[in-house]
Each structure stands twice: as structure tokens, then as C-alpha cells.
Design a protein around this ligand. Structure first.
Ligand SMILES: CSCC[C@H](NC=O)C(=O)O
Ligand SMILES: [Zn+2]
Ligand SMILES: [Zn+2]
Length: 420
């Protein structure tokens, strides 16, 4: 239709957002090269410097730079990730990488997490250049990193250890947050840290009809009961209003694996000699990892019941000084008041700073001792990251750009001392 034709011809913040969302960045094969080309062309139109880094084969990291008038001051970094979690198209109203515009909402995997901020940063810079003729004092960098959704080990974790990163001389970093269902923006000063835990049981095999002690399944089920009790105690704190969701340690079972399998299915009359279960654990920044490990060894997977366990720590728990990975949100952090004032100046209100229930690449930045806040300006928006039918409203997206105009303006022209 002519109308459709007209829409395709337009180049607006919304059509640029749709174009970016149409790149299939889902794991396990995110199309990094198309995303990088798209972002590079945007960067060129803004006269930003571009640097393509590659810390792992075929996992590019795009670094953009808007030089400040006083490059000796610590710089600002606006970070986002290039990749997305997968989607199940059959469970969506619209194909997840079609970026369909429907009743004001743009539907796509990545609309909230986190392609919105990837482009809002750039759109804000476009406005600052074109409408305000603004020139930053501090240099502003933008990083587009691979692999955040699978732990960041080939992305941000390697970037922060590089010489390029050191030479950025970063003073403050903004990374992604989560949507806010109410009228206040949310801001995150810490992440919970993930542990992948597998517990395994060995036990006495035997005929499916026999009752005896110490089968692998019995041993595993006893453990699952103990873990469930711990989970319930943590969750009770939340339900009683004594802690928020992200202020307790979460543990959730994600798989169980056992049974003797034949080509026709599970053998029903044999009790297996091995069984295992996997759990997603999230530790609060101040949780004591040694105490938790001891609890796991003593109570969740006791050797006395032929149990073993394995923990894979997905990233750091402490910074180089041994401190929990938390960015101060008080007067000890000069960036905090600049951040807060910039939100107010944009007409926004902030809710009390929170710990993020999930995990982002900001933990690698905080580990280096650099202050970082998680922030995605999406208010009056349902929290749909990793969910079906992820969407963002056009007006929310556009208002977010204005918030970043204010933030980039304030943070990059702040000339006070900033060492924490
Ligand atoms: C093991 S690190 C995984 C990071 C991931 N980040 C976003 O969802 C998360 O699960 O929180
Ligand atoms: Zn994300
Ligand atoms: Zn995510």
C-alpha cells in the first residue's frame, strides 16, 4: 500500500529502532556482524570515532568515542550488549525479529533487553549535536559487547582486562537496568552474582519393586527437599516484606536428570544408581560465599549420603580490594548526585536504588573499582525481558532518549573531582 511504502521510506528514531530490532541477535547464533554494521553507520553519521575489537573469534566488540574538550578528565562509558536470548516464535503474537508496530507498541526480542538503550544512547547524542550544538567536556565512549546473555566471558570480562580498556580512563559507567511497571524510573547499584550448581547422588541400584535405603533417587530427593526449605525461608522474607526479591539468595531448580533409558524410553522397573539436579543460584553482593559453600557441603549435598556437588561461579563476587561489588548511591559518590539531578532535570522521578535481581556485565566494571549504575529508562512498562511478546511503547522509547540527553549532558560536562 502507498501508506506502507511511505513508512518504509521514513528514517526516524522509531524506524531506526525497528531496523535494529530486525537483526536476529538470538543465541546460539547472534548476527553480530549485521548489528555492528548498522551501529557503525549510525556512528559515522554522528562523527563518532569507531574501533572494532575482537577478544574472541567472531565475537566483535564495537567501541565508539565522542571526544571531550578535556580528555584528561576520567571519561564516561555507555554500555549495552549486542546479543539477545532466544525466543519461541510460536508463542509470540508477532515474529520476534519482525519489530511489528501495533497500537503504539513495538514487539521484538530485545525491545527492552537491551537494544532500546543501545540506540537511545546514539539518538541522544544526535539531539545533543543537532539541537543543542553541545560539546562534551569529558570524553564519552559507547561499548557494544557480545555474549552478555551467556555470561560475558568472551565479551566484557575480556574487555576489562585489556589495555584498550585501561586507556579509556573511565570515571563512570551506565549499563542496562530493568523496566518499571509504575511512574518512577528504577536504578540499580549492584547485581546479584550467579552460581550454577549441580548436585549428584550415587546410590544403591535395584529392582523397581524393592524398598531399601540409599537409592540415588532417594538421596537426591532428600537434597531437593533441603534446598527447597532454604528457598522457602528466603522467599518468606520477601513475602513478609522484610527484603526485596533481589535482597535474598535465590535458588531455583532448572533440571533433574536420572533414570535408565532404553531405545523405547525410560526403564520403569529399575532404580538408577545415579541422579543429578541443576540449580540457578543468585548471591546478594554481601552474601558470604564460604558460608554458603559450607551449607551446600554439609546439608545440600552431604558426602555421608554419597552426594557430590559442583559450583561454577559466573563472574566475580568482590572487587580488587575484597569489597562487595556495589556502587555507592550516596554523597560519597559524586556521580550519584549528578545522575540524580539529571533525571530530575528531565522531569523524571527515581525510585529507591535497588540491587538487580539478575546479572549484567556491570559486575566486571565494578570489579575494576569503577562506579556503574544499571539504568534502562522504561517506566509504566511491564517487565518483559526474556519473556514472550517482549515489547516497548514508542512514547516510552522516545521519552527515554530525552532522559539520556539530560544524563549525557550532565555527566559529560561535570568537572568536579570524582575519585571515590
Ligand atoms: C551467568 S551470567 C548470565 C547473565 C544473564 N544476564 C541477563 O539475563 C543472567 O542470567 O542474569
Ligand atoms: Zn540485558
Ligand atoms: Zn537478558
Amino acid at each position: 500500500s502507498p501508506h506502507h511504502h511511505l513508512q518504509e521510506e521514513q528514517d526516524t528514531p522509531i524506524t531506526r529502532f525497528q531496523q535494529f530490532l530486525r537483526i536476529n541477535t538470538a543465541h546460539p547464533n547472534p548476527d553480530y556482524s549485521s548489528s555492528v554494521s548498522f551501529l557503525k553507520s549510525q556512528a559515522l553519521s554522528l562523527n563518532l570515532q569507531t574501533q572494532l575489537l575482537e577478544f574472541s573469534p567472531n565475537k566483535p566488540l564495537l567501541l565508539l568515542t565522542w571526544p571531550g574538550s578535556n580528555p584528561s578528565l576520567p571519561s564516561l562509558l555507555l554500555n549495552s550488549h549486542l546479543d539477545s536470548v532466544p525466543a519461541e516464535p510460536s508463542k509470540w503474537l508477532h515474529p520476534p525479529f519482525s519489530a511489528v508496530f501495533s497500537a503504539g507498541n513495538i514487539f521484538a526480542r530485545g525491545a527492552q533487553d537491551d537494544k532500546s538503550i543501545s540506540l537511545q544512547y546514539l539518538e541522544a547524542i544526535r539531539i545533543l549535536q543537532n539541537d543543542f550544538n553541545f560539546k562534551p567536556v569529558r570524553t564519552v565512549h559507547l561499548s557494544y559487547v557480545p555474549d552478555e546473555e551467556i555470561g560475558g566471558l568472551d565479551g566484557m570480562a575480556k574487555f576489562v582486562e585489556s589495555q584498550v580498556f585501561d586507556e579509556l580512563n573511565l570515571g563512570f559507567v551506565l549499563d542496562e537496568g530493568q523496566a518499571s511497571p509504575n511512574d518512577e524510573f528504577r536504578v540499580f547499584y549492584a547485581d546479584r552474582s550467579p552460581w550454577n550448581m549441580v548436585i549428584r547422588a550415587l546410590g544403591v541400584p535395584g529392582h523397581g519393586s524393592r524398598m531399601y535405603d540409599n537409592s540415588a533417587m532417594e538421596n537426591l530427593m532428600k537434597s531437593i527437599e533441603v534446598v527447597s526449605k532454604f528457598r522457602e525461608n528466603q522467599f518468606d522474607l520477601v513475602k513478609a516484606g522484610l527484603a526485596s526479591n533481589s535482597e535474598v539468595i535465590s535458588v531455583n531448580p532448572v533440571y533433574v536428570k536420572a533414570g535408565i533409558v532404553s531405545p523405547t524410553g525410560f526403564v520403569m522397573n529399575m532404580q538408577p544408581s545415579e541422579a543429578e539436579a541443576g540449580f540457578d543460584l543468585r548471591l546478594t553482593p554481601t552474601a558470604d560465599p564460604d558460608i554458603l559453600r559450607k551449607r551446600i557441603a554439609d546439608e545440600w549435598a552431604p558426602a555421608t549420603r554419597n552426594m557430590t556437588f559442583e559450583i561454577i561461579e559466573k563472574g566475580p563476587l568482590r572487587d580488587y580490594m575484597g569489597r562487595p561489588l556495589m556502587t555507592p548511591t550516596n554523597d560519597s559518590n559524586p556521580w550519584w548526585s549528578v545522575f540524580k539531578q539529571a533525571i530530575t532535570a528531565a522531569g523524571g522521578r527515581l525510585s529507591k536504588p535497588e540491587i538487580l535481581p539478575s546479572t549484567t556485565d556491570a559486575r566486571f566494571i565494578r570489579q575494576k573499582g569503577i562506579p556503574a549504575l544499571g539504568f534502562s529508562p522504561m517506566k509504566n512498562t511491564p517487565i518483559l525481558l526474556h519473556d514472550h511478546n517482549e515489547f516497548l511503547k514508542d512514547t516510552v522509547y522516545l521519552e527515554g532518549i530525552k532522559v539520556y540527553v539530560s544524563l549525557i549532558k550532565s555527566l559529560s560536562s561535570f568537572e568536579g573531582a570524582t575519585s571515590l
